[in-house]
Design a protein around this ligand. Structure first.
Ligand code: ADP
Ligand code: MG
Length: 683
């Protein structure tokens, strides 16, 4: 058995291919093509048909044509810059083959006098004669030339001819892999196997045939491999045994009754789901997904409360210190006095920190809040029972798994995200976790009215703000960049601050990425305590912070943001029980497409719906959080056009999970498509 019958052949080095030397290999590496498999996804863009040959008298100048000719006479001028020429003919006329920078020996070899040779290329005309300059397609074997040649998006330094040769070689030697899909699934694609699908994919006749079975099958393979890996990670984590936590429902309900609001149905439902996991004999690895302002914090704190009551410690990780402090303050307010609650912040000095770490390791702290610092190596928990990670849509699968491992076996893990994503993407992004979703907003919420304004109408906006401020309301003013950049024409927070300060003396403060942490906290606290009315800032207010008294948000240069991001920003207001407004400002009139997008935002306040619509208009690559999420780029799959296949893949994955099917037959699929380290543990 040669190695070409195994999937591993496809993962071999490019050197294995004839004609690929170090130079070509390095060029391809730069394009992220590291092995034979990667090359399979370099798809032809179109093709040139060289299959029909013409007579010289019928040649059309400027077109790619193929002719059978007989070389008659060489002329090698031996003067620099003058090209070598070969006069060739057929029974209807003459043509010159012209070569710049080439060796006589080579020319004599490929165009031997008196022998019939097939040549192909773009026909030129010079000094009353047809000519072909630097022809690439020359052969005595016409079958090599007379066919359709794919054209590729070329990598610099690699010619089309080269690509065709390499791909042809791979296709010819494609290993016959055993089918990994069930016959049910295979039926959906009319039984076409992987091998034939790849062959069809590279057949120039099939370019753009996205709906055909071969293409759909390959798309499905790709989606399914991701889902399967995620599902295996989830299964593996859920197999980890832990000591069950005992939930004291009576105490929990007392805590909830003392809140100054009533929980929504979805909050109650998610608390139940989490409690089930906490009291299960296996580890929890759960994502709490809910739109901005849907009230995730309280759900997580109830989970923390229950965990502490059953004798464990809790760690709450927030993306920013401000947010960590806000959660800390809230738990100080609602948790019993006997709980030891601590915060590690940039402000805490070395001695404080050391003291906290010391107490932590002796279980004299019940719950610790902070940023990633609370998970550094030197931080030792005596009896960590739950890790809560807020607003961490930036974590990818690998990072999440590491965190889960870090907590140790008895530690449950709960992540929260306010980035609603379209249904089709949930499995790709979060398939390694169980998911609880809060869809319902608290009932007391008033709608947020969304307006768009041209920048030159700023006077109107100011008038509006004067009215709002007179009524005791507070305002966020969001600008995209810190300082006026030389090239990019973004509004600057600094400039705007100066401008607004003149109109509203002593009522405006500024926050930007360079403001230091102490200053930042002071400013935010003052804003929270209504010491000033307008907070000008860059997008740092985006995540998590809760300011119930702010009910107007102005977003400048709104077309610089994605819809989901605008929705997140807008979610900073409308948390109290007064009506709120979001004013989107634009530099110039909106294009039709931009109008469509903004209308989605105006008509909906549901993050899930907005992300769904936004994806339809912009494609999924741009969605908030998606770029940073570490999710792999699909080669063929497209969540919009292949939504049905995403759903089918999810269904199949659930079936496999339920029936506990052996997944070893999927090994080639997973190894080929998903080469993350993580899968070495799996198959
Ligand atoms: P997010 O889901 O974006 O993290 P938060 O947890 O910060 O949202 O909640 C936003 C605001 O809503 C907070 O001021 C919180 O106290 C309040 N809140 C949470 N749940 C409810 C509820 N059921 N009814 C009324 N207000 C609530
Ligand atoms: Mg939050």
């Amino acid at each position: 058995m040669n190695n070409k019958s195994n999937y591993k052949y496809l993962l071999s080095d490019l050197n294995k291919l004839k004609g690929v030397g170090v130079k070509t290999k390095n060029l391809l590496k730069k394009k992220n093509v590291n092995n034979i498999f990667d090359l399979l996804w370099k798809l032809p863009k179109s093709y040139i048909d060289r299959s029909l040959s013409s007579k010289i008298k019928d040649l059309r100048i400027g077109e790619n044509q193929t002719i059978n000719i007989i070389p008659q006479k060489y002329s090698f001028p031996r003067i620099r810059n003058l090209p070598n020429r070969v006069l060739c003919s057929d029974d209807t006329g003459q043509i010159d083959c012209v070569f710049f920078n080439s060796y006589e020996g080579y020319i004599k070899k490929i165009l031997p006098i008196g022998k019939e040779v097939t040549i192909s290329g773009k026909i030129g005309f010079y000094r009353n004669k047809y000519q072909l300059t630097n022809p690439k397609y020359i052969s005595e074997d016409s079958s090599i030339i007379k066919k359709k040649h794919n054209t590729y998006e070329l990598t610099e330094g690699i010619s089309e001819k080269m690509y065709n040769k390499i791909i042809y070689q791979i296709i010819k030697d494609l290993p016959k892999l055993d089918e990994w899909h069930s016959s049910e699934i295979l039926k959906k694609f009319n039984g076409i196997n992987w091998n034939d699908s790849i062959k069809k994919l590279h057949n120039p006749e099939n370019i753009g045939k996205y709906k055909n079975d071969f293409y759909q099958r390959l798309v499905f393979d790709e989606i399914f491999s991701t889902f399967l890996v995620n599902s295996e990670i989830r299964k593996k984590i859920k197999k980890i045994k832990k000591t069950k936590k005992k939930i004291n429902i009576k105490k929990q309900n007392e805590l909830i009754e003392n809140l100054n609001f009533e929980l929504t149905n979805d909050q109650v439902k998610t608390i139940k789901e989490i409690n089930q996991d906490l009291s299960a004999p296996t580890k929890m690895f759960r994502l709490l997904q809910g739109d901005v302002g849907s009230g995730k914090t309280i759900v997580s704190l109830v989970a923390a409360f229950n965990t502490i009551n059953s004798g464990y410690q809790v760690a709450v990780l927030a993306p920013t210190e401000i947010l960590a402090r806000q959660h800390y303050n809230l738990s100080k307010k609602i948790f019993p006095k006997r709980f030891n609650i601590e915060l590690i912040s940039g402000k805490s000095d070395y001695k404080d920190k050391k003291h906290i770490l010391d107490k932590l390791s002796r279980h004299q702290i019940d719950i610790l809040f902070g940023t990633h610092a609370i998970f550094q190596n030197k931080v030792n928990y005596k009896k960590l029972g739950l890790i809560i990670i807020d607003e961490q849509h930036k974590f990818g699968v690998n990072q999440r798994k590491k965190l889960s491992d870090k907590g140790g076996d008895s530690c449950d893990v709960m992540l929260m995200t306010a980035t609603p994503i379209p249904r089709t993407l949930t499995m790709s992004m979060y398939g390694d976790m169980d998911i609880s979703i809060i869809r319902e907003k608290p009932k007391n919420r008033k709608i947020i009215k969304t307006y768009s304004k041209l920048e030159n109408k700023i006077e109107d906006v100011i008038k509006f703000l004067k009215k709002e401020i007179n009524q005791g309301n507070q305002v966020f003013w969001v600008c995209p960049l810190i300082e006026e950049s030389k090239k990019i024409d973004h509004s600057s927070a600094v400039e705007k601050f100066k401008y607004l300060k003149k109109i509203f003396p002593h009522q405006v403060a500024l926050l930007h990425g360079k403001t230091n942490i102490f200053e930042k906290e002071k400013t935010l606290n003052e804003f929270l305590n209504n010491k000033f009315k307008i907070l000008v800032s860059t997008t740092i207010i985006e995540v998590g912070i809760d300011f119930p008294n702010a009910n107007v948000i102005i977003i400048e240069n709104a077309n610089k943001f994605g819809l989901s991001q605008l929705h997140q920003l807008r979610g900073r207001v409308g948390r109290g029980n007064r009506e709120s407004a979001c004013i989107l400002m634009f530099k110039s009139n909106l294009t039709e497409n931009a109008k469509k997008r903004i209308n989605i935002l105006k008509n909906s306040n549901d993050g899930f719906e907005i992300s769904e619509e936004d994806m339809k208009i912009r494609g999924f690559g741009d969605l908030l959080g998606f770029k940073q999420s570490g999710i792999k780029n699909f080669k063929l799959a497209d969540p919009i056009h292949n939504a049905d296949l995403f759903l089918l893949a999810e269904k199949e994955m659930r079936r496999i999970e339920k029936s506990n099917e052996d997944i070893s037959k999927f090994k080639p699929l997973i190894k080929l498509y998903d080469r993350a380290d993580i899968i070495n543990d799996i198959v």
